[in-house]
Design a protein around this ligand. Structure first.
Ligand code: HEM
Length: 391
């Protein structure tokens, strides 16, 4: 019997459907085929939270270290594409900079300043598309600050990022590395080398260079850039969309700003900015209903796991007071748990708090509705909002 015959729901699942509105399909899969073979994915999809945890915890059996991994084809091996001792060696030089206290002391005032600067520019207009005018620029500015590359600006970093992303996407679609992607990565590498040679600017990259070879510092710098732009833009945009769509929940947050943290966790739970993580099986193994073969792609649906009713009661509800919302898996789990989760949370918290404080009666533009979209990175393509401007 063909593997697809054993997983009829998986066989009927399309990637277009998962990009558009994945939740009903993921609920079906989780209930009946919690590890399912998706012919369109050419891999397994894991949707139950306990099974998702088993995969992400066991890096020996489910590794990221595989030649098919597209990011590594463009930027070389990094913490994101290695496992075991090599992963530890690449990640360790960066961990202390992203601890909660260090992040708070090092970034809070920068994020506040940058957020205020962006809002001050927007404020008089009374209407804006917030993803491109606010969330994106803030995410780029914070990553640029975190990398501390000498002689670069957020605009330069964004142009490198765009070229590298296009190249990674081309590889995912089966094409070669694009020359523009390779050139952008070469410029990033040169900036890393100049920063390290000058021993100025970034203590992060300079201290990493004490433990890693220069090309390795550059690969990890690229991964920090990758990790920090698209996902954070999604995190801020999705959280705002959730709050503005639920006026009752927004009123709770306005009455008690401490509930903002709950709102952010709930938004991460319902619509994680990175919807899936990929692993490759290193051995034949049985996982739930699936007989996985060595070499198979195993995709963990963080979105599916995050609405598992076994853990989250009434899982589709946005509830800023949900007590266990922090059990969400938007930042993954295990050895590849997001290095900068504290920074992303701090950034989103400051961004939302300031927007709510400074833009009176902030609301969605009823004529331009926003809906999250995307297979891997999920967010609304645009988030048009209105507020009462002073004039
Ligand atoms: C300042 C912002 C951010 C930076 C600099 C950053 C950086 C990173 C880095 C370097 C890794 C690789 C860790 C490793 O492999 O050991 C990582 C992993 C990850 N990050 Fe982040 N990240 C940021 C924000 C976010 C946000 C907002 C999300 C989702 C909402 C996110 C989701 C993830 C996930 C799911 C992984 C795990 C990937 C995997 O297991 O394959 N990150 N991040």
């Amino acid at each position: 019997m063909n593997v697809a015959d054993s997983f009829p729901l998986g066989a009927a699942t399309t990637l277009a459907e998962l990009a558009r509105d994945p939740h009903p399909r993921l609920a079906l899969l989780r209930a009946h085929e919690p590890v399912s073979w998706l012919p369109e994915l050419d891999g397994w999809l894991v949707t139950r939270r306990d099974l998702a945890l088993s995969v992400m915890r066991d890096a020996e059996t489910f590794t990221v270290d595989d030649p098919r991994f597209s990011t590594a084809q463009v930027v070389g091996p990094s913490m994101l594409s290695l496992d075991g001792d090599q992963h530890t060696r690449h990640r360790e030089p960066f961990t202390s900079a992203f601890r909660p206290r260090t992040v708070h002391d090092g970034f809070a005032s920068f994020i506040e300043r940058e957020t205020d600067r962006l809002i001050t520019t927007l404020q008089p207009t009374g209407a804006v598309e917030l993803r491109r005018a606010f969330a994106g620029p803030l995410a780029v500015a914070v990553v640029t600050e975190a990398l501390g590359l000498v002689g670069t600006t957020p605009v330069t970093v964004l142009s490198w990022y765009d070229s590298i992303v296009r190249s990674v996407s081309a590889i995912t679609a089966g094409h070669e590395v694009e020359p523009a992607g390779a050139a952008a990565y070469a410029r990033l590498r040169a900036a890393v080398e100049a920063t390290v040679a000058g021993r100025g600017g970034s203590s992060l990259l300079v201290s990493a260079a004490g433990q890693l070879a220069l090309p390795e510092v550059a690969s990890n710098a690229a991964v920090l850039m990758f990790g920090g732009i698209e996902t954070t833009e999604a995190m801020i945009t999705n959280a705002l969309l959730h709050l503005l769509r639920h006026p009752d929940q927004l009123a709770l947050v306005r009455a008690d700003v401490d509930l903002l943290d709950g709102a952010i966790e709930e938004s991460l739970r319902l619509e994680p900015g990175a919807a899936v993580v990929d692993r490759y099986a290193t051995a034949d193994i049985v996982l739930g209903p699936a007989a996985i073969r060595r070499g198979d792609l195993v995709t963990v649906s963080l979105t599916g796991a995050n609405r598992d009713p076994a853990v989250f009661a009434d899982p589709d509800r946005f509830d800023v007071r949900r007590e266990n919302a922090r059990l969400q898996l938007a930042f993954a789990h295990g050895p590849h748990y997001c290095l900068a989760a504290h920074l992303a949370r701090l950034e989103t918290r400051i961004a939302l708090q300031r927007l709510l404080e400074r833009l009176p009666a902030l609301r969605l533009d009823p004529d331009r509705p926003a809906t999250a979209h995307g297979l891997v990175f999920r967010k609304p393509p645009t988030l048009h909002v209105l507020w009462n401007s002073p004039a």
